[in-house]
Design a protein around this ligand. Structure first.
Ligand SMILES: CCCCCCCCCCCCC[C@H](O)CC(=O)SCCNC(=O)CCNC(=O)[C@H](O)C(C)(C)COP(=O)(O)OP(=O)(O)OC[C@H]1O[C@@H](n2cnc3c(N)ncnc32)[C@H](O)[C@@H]1OP(=O)(O)O
Ligand SMILES: NC(=O)c1ccc[n+]([C@@H]2O[C@H](COP(=O)([O-])OP(=O)(O)OC[C@H]3O[C@@H](n4cnc5c(N)ncnc54)[C@H](O)[C@@H]3O)[C@@H](O)[C@H]2O)c1
Length: 310
């Protein structure tokens, strides 16, 4: 049974808001990214409320976190099994789950949203949270491709809104992109940079520009890969091998697409196709649409460009 977040009242005078550091965060969406963000936050000493739509999903999220932590323990506590056990139990003990984001708001210093890549759904969520969250609570989105300003527009706390774009898998990828909208206050921005360091990430920052830094460069590359496939220029395997051995990438574009999730890839491409109709690069991909339409979402569904069935 997911614990409904226990709330406690905590009056804040305006000066107190400036002193709050980020101790308790609520991660909304316990999927690929949200579970990874929750894991890293808990393992770096933060209290975490992880929210999703059902107890069943949350139980799977926690199981995935447990599996990932086992890999971390195997590496970091190879010579100290007791220390590894303590790290594992303390980290898991810092994560509570809930199916109600609103119920977690009272004790939340920072919200990180990692739900489905859909503007309207993100806006609806943040609008509901805005009414419930304390004045000091900072809102952020982990969106890959949607302008932070568009998401923030459904709230009245633009000065306390930003983007925290983590990379998959969150426990391994060192980068965190910290994005500010024009209204983001210096105080908020500095708190997000400090939080990124607390999360043991290397932070870069940029304006609220499409794709921020990495995805602005990654999206065209990945799209060109699927166009090559659609033209029959080469196979997914050869394209992946070429980019790993020829460009030194750890994964080729199709392995990476399956790893990211083809549903998310489609959300991103459909969004940019709608926002930038004049750019032929972003026209929809029949091959991607077909795979997603058949429920082949990549590693998370057992099949995408490749099959992952044991
Ligand atoms: C083509 C379709 C059309 C396109 C249309 C739209 C385009 C949109 C494109 C944009 C998508 C954006 C998505 C998002 O916004 C941005 C991103 O996140 S992009 C993804 C960034 N990440 C990567 O590029 C990952 C690249 N891959 C790797 O780094 C590695 O392959 C790997 C995932 C780390 C796995 O490493 P391997 O060596 O292959 O395998 P191992 O299993 O041995 O792992 C190595 C090492 O890491 C530890 N580890 C791996 N996974 C985890 C985990 N989940 N938790 C904890 N630890 C993990 C593992 O223990 C190993 O440790 P070691 O023992 O080696 O020290
Ligand atoms: N997959 C990646 O590699 C990656 C990397 C960086 C950023 N992102 C971004 O992170 C976000 C999440 O992506 P993901 O890959 O983790 O997706 P995912 O499908 O794995 O997880 C999304 C989760 O959100 C939950 N959810 C959806 N609507 C909800 C709601 N209203 N309230 C609570 N929970 C809700 C779903 O049940 C699901 O568990 C997206 O915005 C995506 O663009 C993804």
């Amino acid at each position: 049974m997911a614990s409904v977040c226990k709330t406690f009242s905590r009056g804040f005078s305006s000066s107190a808001i400036r002193q709050t550091t980020i101790k308790h965060l609520t991660v909304i969406g316990g999927g690929l990214m949200g579970s990874g963000i929750a894991q890293v936050a808990a393992s770096t000493g933060h209290q975490v409320s992880m929210v999703d739509q059902s107890d069943d999903i949350l139980n799977k999220s926690k199981a995935n976190i447990g599996k990932s932590l086992q890999r971390v323990v195997k590496k970091k506590f190879a010579d100290d099994p007791k220390g590894g056990e303590q790290f594992l139990s303390e980290t898991m003990g810092r994560i509570e789950t809930s199916t109600s984001a609103v119920a977690c708001m009272e004790k939340t210093d920072l919200v990180i949203e990692a739900i489905v890549e859909n503007l309207e759904i993100k806006q609806k969520l943040f609008s509901e949270l805005d009414a419930a969250a304390p004045k000091h609570t900072i809102f952020t989105s982990n969106t890959s491709s949607i302008p932070i300003g568009d998401i923030a527009s459904s709230t009245k706390r633009l000065d306390r809104f930003g983007g925290l774009h983590f990379f998959n898998p969150v426990p391994v990828m060192k980068l965190l992109e910290v994005i500010r909208i024009p209204a983001t206050s210096d105080e908020t921005f500095n708190k997000l940079l400090a939080f990124g360091k607390d999360m043991q990430k290397a932070t870069v920052n940029c304006k609220d520009t499409p794709g921020f830094i990495v995805n602005r460069l990654l999206v065209p590359y990945m799209i060109e890969a699927v166009r090559m496939l659609e033209r029959g220029d080469a196979s997914p395997r050869d394209i992946d091998t070429a980019m790993k051995l020829g460009a030194g990438y750890p994964m080729g574009p199709f392995e990476l697409s399956d790893y990211v999730g083809l549903d998310t890839m489609k959300f991103i491409l459909d969004g940019w196709s709608k926002n930038y109709p004049e750019n032929p690069l972003f026209r929809p991909s029949p091959m991607l649409d077909k795979l997603v339409g058949e429920g082949k979402l990549g590693a998370k569904s057992g099949e995408g460009f490749y099959s992952y069935k044991k």
